[in-house]
Design a protein around this ligand. Structure first.
Ligand SMILES: Nc1ncnc2c1ncn2[C@@H]1O[C@H](COP(=O)(O)OP(=O)(O)O)[C@@H](O)[C@H]1O
Ligand SMILES: [Mg+2]
Length: 439
């Protein structure tokens, strides 16, 4: 194990004096690690909430479609402010970074430079065909529209609309990999975008024909919430797979409205797993076994890790072939990364020799700060081509989407958040083909 003083080639650079880290601020949106939580509450045996996915939309096991379920914390009606008709620009006191992504919170989410209100610029041109042609521009009505909720099209239509807006010409493909790719989304810091990245990459890939499974391995169940998958106490969840050897097939739920996407939810029961795992046999490889025993073949399995380096994260690292590390473009972004890399190396040495940190994604990039640019430069210098070209900007649509039980891909497909995650998913798919060919 490389100690802090060793010249570890994987050592992560620490913030340098005078490197542009001028604003020692960060936003942490998440409570602390899941470890140390109290024991698991008494569980009553429940039948599986859904059958297991055996196919796409026609799967008879798909659970009946519930109506969109706003998060309890969500407002009862559509967002009160919605997309501003006049873009909120950066104040004069901040310096734009050249070449940075072109959107920030409050900016129009369509990516258009035109500030004028009116039909969304991302509306497919007449004659583009598909859903847009049939439904006309009304289908692209802004979420400011008060009647938006009443007029909500079925969720499947939302998915079609998202594809139409994100990929209007249809020329972007996300080829399926020849072999399933199991990706662990890890970073022991909370609030860096692990869950947001998991949910949005999974939806983007599923919308483009990949069969995707999301395993929610965080007792907070944020990925389950973001995908609108029931995960209240008593729902069969990943805890049952880890502790009671229940097959993944019995707990995976089809994600409503997104073909080819399933989720193994996390309930609060998972909070006790970190402690209970200590005394079970093969405690580090419970998840690996559950995924390996899985009869289904997925193209992608994304494992959303908790913000800790405990046994749950170790299980994810043992089950995965690849690690995807989201790095928030903030002052403390690189702190603690050494610890994560050291843990990954330990798992590699002892439990999973083929594990590879394949992908780094920069999240919450704020083009108004030189700090974000400095973090990006440091991360690119250190990790080289592991860092995706796509960078996820800080974008208010991304943070609003989960309260509607949606990814930003379907919530506001024209937003910078959605287009950036779309680009990131495309890069990941292309890399998968380079690694091992297409299906
Ligand atoms: N690109 C983004 N722009 C704005 N808010 C974001 C963005 N990515 C994530 N967030 C918000 O930041 C918070 C933390 O993100 P989350 O994905 O839950 O992090 P983690 O899973 O690493 O703890 C959430 O409230 C989320 O909505
Ligand atoms: Mg999370």
């Amino acid at each position: 194990m490389a100690g802090p003083g060793d010249p570890d080639p994987h050592a992560v650079p620490q913030p340098r004096a005078g490197s542009g880290y001028e604003r020692p601020a960060r936003q942490e949106g998440e409570p602390g690690p899941a470890t140390g939580r109290s024991a698991v509450p008494e569980r009553s045996p429940q039948p599986p909430a859904t059958g297991y996915p055996t196919g796409g939309q026609d799967d008879p096991h798909r659970r009946p479609a519930p109506s969109p379920r706003p998060h309890p914390s969500a407002p009862a009606s559509p967002p009160p402010t919605g997309r501003p008709s006049t873009p909120a620009r950066a104040t004069a006191s901040v310096t734009p970074v050249s070449g940075a992504p072109a959107a920030s919170d409050g900016a129009p989410s369509t990516g258009s430079s035109s500030p004028s209100p009116g039909p969304r610029p991302d509306t497919p041109a007449p004659g583009a065909g598909g859903y847009g042609e049939e439904a006309g521009v009304d289908a692209y009505v802004s979420r400011e529209t008060p009647s938006r909720e009443e007029d909500d099209p079925p969720l499947a239509m939302e998915a079609m609309r998202a594809v139409q807006i994100l990929n209007p010409s249809g020329e972007v493909t996300m080829p399926r990999p020849a072999r399933p790719r199991i990706m662990c989304v890890a970073n022991q810091k909370g609030g860096v975008g692990k869950t947001t990245t998991t949910v949005n990459l999974a939806v983007a890939l599923a919308l483009h024909g990949n069969r995707v499974l999301v395993v929610d391995l965080d007792p907070q169940g944020n990925a389950s919430t973001g995908l609108n998958v029931p995960h209240h106490a008593g729902i069969p969840d990943v805890y049952d797979c880890l502790i009671d050897n229940v097959p993944l097939a019995e707990v995976a739920q089809a994600v409503e409205g997104i073909p080819n996407l399933w989720c193994v939810p996390a309930t609060i029961d998972l909070a006790g797993a970190e402690i209970e795992l200590v005394s079970v046999v093969a405690r580090e490889s419970r998840l690996a076994r559950a995924i390996a025993a899985h009869p289904e073949k997925f193209d992608y399995v994304f494992i959303d890790c908790p913000p800790s380096l405990g046994l749950l994260t170790v299980n994810a690292l043992v089950a995965a072939q690849e690690v995807l590390i989201p790095i928030q473009c903030e002052y403390y972004a690189l702190e603690g990364l050494n610890q994560l890399i050291n843990n990954i190396n330990l798992v590699k040495q002892h439990l999973n020799p083929t594990l590879d940190v394949s992908t780094i994604l920069l999240t919450m990039y704020d083009r108004r700060t030189r700090l974000a640019d400095a973090v990006e430069q440091d991360v690119r210098n250190h990790f080289g081509d592991k860092v995706l070209q796509a960078v996820i900007p800080r974008n208010v649509r991304v943070s609003e989407a989960p309260s509607y039980g949606q990814s930003v891909m379907t919530y506001d497909p024209g937003s910078r958040g959605a287009t950036s995650y779309f680009e990131a998913a495309q890069e990941i798919a292309e890399r998968g083909v380079k690694l091992g060919g297409a299906a």
